[in-house]
Design a protein around this ligand. Sequence first.
Ligand code: ATP
Ligand code: MG
Length: 688
Amino acid sequence: MSAPPSPAATLNAAQMAAVHHLAGPCLVLAGAGSGKTRVITHKIARLLQADVPARRIAAITFTNKAALEMRERARALVGPRAAKDLVISTFHSLGVRLLREDGGLLGLKPQFSILDADDVLGVLRDAGSCSDNKIARQWQWTISLWKNQGLNSTTALAAASNDEELLAAKVMRLYEERLIAYQAVDFDDLIGLPLKLLTTREEARSKWQKAFGHVLVDEYQDTNAVQYELLKALVGPADSPARVPFTAVGDDDQSIYGWRGATIENLKRLPEDFPDLKVIPLEQNYRSTGAILRAANAVIAGNPKLFEKKLWSDLGDGEPVRVIECDGEEHEAERAVAFIQGLRAQGASGGTDFAHFAILYRTNFQSKVLEHKLRAAQIPYKVSGGQSFFDKAEIKDLCAWLRLLVNQDDDPAFLRAATTPKRGIGHTTLGKLGEFSAQWKVSMFEALFAESLAAALGAKAIATLHEFGRAVNELEYKARTTVGHDDARALLMGWLTDIGYEQHLYDNEDSEKVAAARWNNVIDFVDWVSRRCGGEIRNEGGIVEETEKQSVLDVAQTISVILSLAERGEETDQVTLTTLHASKGLEWPHVMLAGVNEGILPFKSDGEDMTPERLEEERRLMYVGITRAQRTLVVSTLRRRKKGRDTVQGVPSRFIAEMKLSEAGSGEDPKERLKKLRAALAAKAAGA
Ligand code: ATP
Ligand code: MG
């Protein structure tokens, strides 16, 4: 095997300085595409060279996908053996590790469940005795924000300044009690509880502060207050000789999670909290052409500057940034298809694989029309960071059942299936069950039939629980023995009727239209599952296909695998469709920004008062979008756009003007342009 390349080989002087500063805290504060993430991967290699064992190097990224990518980049740099042991994770997954190992100190069993957003909504509806999803969502939002600011129900109650907040704080109290009883945590707890662990339990603190020899944080500008505290708790007090050195990299101009509690204050506090912090700016952008970078710089110049930054590129001016006007969403989607097919046919520089293209948009609902047109044009794509089909609540409900059939010890699936739709299993019962399963270190399903549980619960509760357990067992048996499309479909539809799922959707949605759409998704899903059970299937053209039959349980097994693969984001050659938020840190040769209109980007909901702060965050989103592009950038705006059921006139986003494309022209030297123009005219004249 050849030796890994020296980290110094492809770094500029400022990047080198950051990579070689091993001793103290270090902050790389620099614009998009300047190689901040590259500093992190190379610094990992440098630390390994300096004999820090891989398992003592912790790199924290913003998403699981970014963590995977970082591990890939590290593998390329340091080889698979060392890369395997590196601790590369998100704040959340690091939190999971801390809690799985030491959550016991806070009374949490090692196999605690992690609730996703839908699970949380269900618990909140229940805790607040509220069937109105809108209200429950508002609670969810408020409680999450509070948690991210480091508040709990007691402090939130004390700080509540109006009736709404008072009620939310009270619901928060019930919610907290339920989570404890269920031995469950939500995403925010994955940060908050480890922090509590490190700040209140000396044994945990000393263990974890010794665990790492260096901590690296990417996308630092988007950490929230609690994450910052967790980082501080991990590295130890600034004046302690045992303090763990760390490296944070970030860009205040790309801070786009203010709405989720991320705060730029963390950037300002870093030099205050760590007086020996070495701050290193990077100025060369290695990602984008001059024309793209100029547009990005022009847009972000509209925001007040926190830190002075310069950004330049020597990749040449490249193709001018293009703005296209479309008649509506359909037309825009057609233009997107043409954009991809055109550049592929041309053999555009930068690459013509599907994976070299991305279409970015502000809101999830924009992806639907794009998906339709891409599918019709047979262009493979993936929707990343948004609501893919499998992320829809109703599909997750069904998947929870399927997962439970495959693995009865899957506690989150158990909780979801046992409570959706409601079947009279109340939170006290689930709480007791959670307690028992923690005590005996078994899954909830296993605890279900234990005799001592029966003694602890009333006859009615135990009967409902047993009935649920039997229903799972029975369905598992049927799923194991049912093969072929028709029987599978009958089984699944029959079971949906048994559990009253359609009614459940109508009961829980304010709008019948939404409920009907959700039910349609369910039917789609049932079809999809049953087709996979094989047998004679009539396809769209009416032709009968014969495929090998398999059982519903086999298919459920495959689906469980697909779900975990989807979480891991397996790569293939596909165009990326993604929200601007989820595009952070990534890059593509050819990028189209879709729906760049007033009201969409900057986003404005009805009746909202656009504060300067909100507008600035939207502008940063635009900056993030522009700076994802390496070679080609097309910005699309709609003349007419859909708004609810109506079609309204579309107004181009102010950010388009702010790119100052006309002033900069193509960026080409005017004399050169004139020369070309003359030559073209002369050629035309000669032709005539
Ligand atoms: P963002 O702010 O969008 O997260 P970033 O600052 O993290 O961007 P990177 O993703 O690390 O930037 O780098 C952008 C691109 O430039 C990558 O393709 C990277 O490989 C390349 N790059 C960075 N530094 C260098 C360098 N010194 N020489 C050559 N290429 C580089
Ligand atoms: Mg980066």
